[in-house]
Design a protein around this ligand. Structure first.
Ligand SMILES: Cc1ncc(COP(=O)(O)O)c(C=O)c1O
Ligand SMILES: [Zn+2]
Length: 416
């Protein structure tokens, strides 16, 4: 299993003497997990790649869980990496691949994080897991807590899509809908609650959980037969995906298992684009913004307080970039993804495709670059984003004549 050497502060070097202290006592930054992996060799890579396990745990040496028996798995990872010739042709991007994380156990990328986070919680003996969420993390924490035999408390801002709230409830979570915004009221209440109740923190302020999205790097290495993408584009909110992918790829580089690194791209909604703004200004810390409403509700975060600065670092060090998309561009990408590639993503999950297209139109990405777009959340998470007219859904009499009329009308309904 993964051997944890330390929880260390990447800013000032402070090391925790407790496995349950997640923040630096000296500067307040979220700590980072240091694993003992430097002794792995090329033959270990071959051994890993021979394993039959098709979950993230195929790479268990790279995750901070020390006892195999503590692993809580719902089969997460190794989601399809799809090349859609129709979508590639439509967008003029021949090397476009879609990492379909809508197929993770609870329908979003959060399962990569929570499989690791909740396994470690079980190992450390916690009984209640908690999280605040724009929706997807709530459902994911609830599911993994259920599988681990733990209680869960999830808090969401009012206005969160009811599908996500119901999903968390179905797994048995205590769901608390809080008046206010994610960045302000909900975040403040959560901080107080963790202190008051001693719950296990499943937010990006948990260093164990943050290791989970490193799995993107390992999986892509397998799925692209050792080739490294020119670009990996990630719908971004808290910044964990960018930070963790960069860490994962760099681990592989240090071990000599890959020879180059991809350029990373943060794709955000224009209504909540603190990373894009801070990246454009060349900052090393994220300047929070007031998040406005956006159809990409899952990534409506204005203050990526925990690891946002590390995501900025990943963008800079990888010579990547950051791009903001408006709601029209996001909905168009969602629609193209569904109707050309057969992948139904929630709007936030399709922001990466909108970004790929925009960057290619701007000439940043070239037509035949190898691009991976992470598709991070299922469309059924937010069904209200799909516009269907009453007329389309009105029942027709069961006659061929009515059917013909309806089908002909279908031809004029808008398609991308
Ligand atoms: C659908 C979806 N995509 C992407 C993200 C981005 O997360 P992060 O930037 O922390 O990787 C989230 C979560 O906030 C999400 O729910
Ligand atoms: Zn520190």
């Amino acid at each position: 299993m993964g051997i944890i050497k330390a929880l260390r502060c990447a800013k000032c070097g402070w090391e925790s003497s407790s496995w349950t202290t997640f923040r630096c006592a000296s500067c307040g930054a979220v700590l980072e997990v240091l694993l003992e992996i430097e002794n792995l060799s090329g033959s270990d890579l071959l051994e890993i790649q021979k394993r039959k396990d098709r979950t993230i745990w195929r790479w268990f040496e790279f995750f901070p869980v020390e006892n195999r028996s503590a692993i809580v798995s719902l089969g997460e990872g190794y989601t399809p990496l799809v090349h859609s010739s129709r979508l590639s042709e439509r967008l003029g991007l021949s090397g476009l691949y879609l990492k379909n994380d809508t197929l993770l156990p609870t329908g979003s990328l959060k399962d990569r994080s929570n499989a690791v986070g909740l396994s470690r919680a079980k190992e450390l003996g916690f009984s209640t897991a908690a999280v605040i969420s724009t929706g997807n993390a709530a459902a994911s924490v609830a599911a993994y807590a259920a599988a681990a035999g733990m209680e869960s408390v999830v808090m969401v801002p009012d206005g969160t899509s009811s599908a996500k709230v119901l999903q968390a409830r179905a797994y048995g979570a205590t769901v608390v809908v809080v008046q206010g915004s994610f960045d302000d009221e909900v975040a403040r209440l959560y901080k107080d609650a963790l202190k008051e109740f001693g719950w296990y923190d499943c937010l990006s302020s948990n260093p164990y959980r943050d290791e989970g999205k490193k799995s993107y790097a390992y999986e892509m290495l397998d799925q692209l037969d050792g080739e490294i993408p020119d670009w990996v584009i990630h719908p971004t909110a808290g910044g964990t995906g960018l930070y963790a992918m960069w860490k994962g790829y760099n681990e592989l580089l240090k071990l000599g298992w890959v020879k180059k690194l991809p350029r990373l791209v943060a794709a955000q909604s224009e209504a909540a684009a603190p990373l894009v703004r801070s990246f454009e200004k060349g900052m090393t810390e994220v300047e929070p913004v007031e998040a406005r409403n956006t159809v990409a509700e899952s990534i409506q975060v204005g203050n990526p307080i925990s690891v946002g600065w590390r995501a900025l670092e990943a963008l800079r060090d990888s010579q990547g970039t950051a791009v903001a998309l408006n709601d029209g561009e996001i909905l168009e990408a969602q629609s193209l993804l569904a109707q050309f590639a057969g992948i139904f993503a929630e709007p936030a999950g399709a922001v990466s495709v909108a970004a790929a297209w925009k960057l290619s139109r701007q000439g940043v990405i070239r037509r035949n670059d190898l691009i991976v777009c992470n598709i991070t959340g299922h469309g059924l998470k937010q069904p209200s984003a799909i516009r269907v007219s009453d007329e389309e859904l009105r029942p027709i009499p069961p006659t061929l004549e009515s059917l013909r009329k309806q089908v002909q009308r279908g031809e004029v309904w808008p398609r991308p």
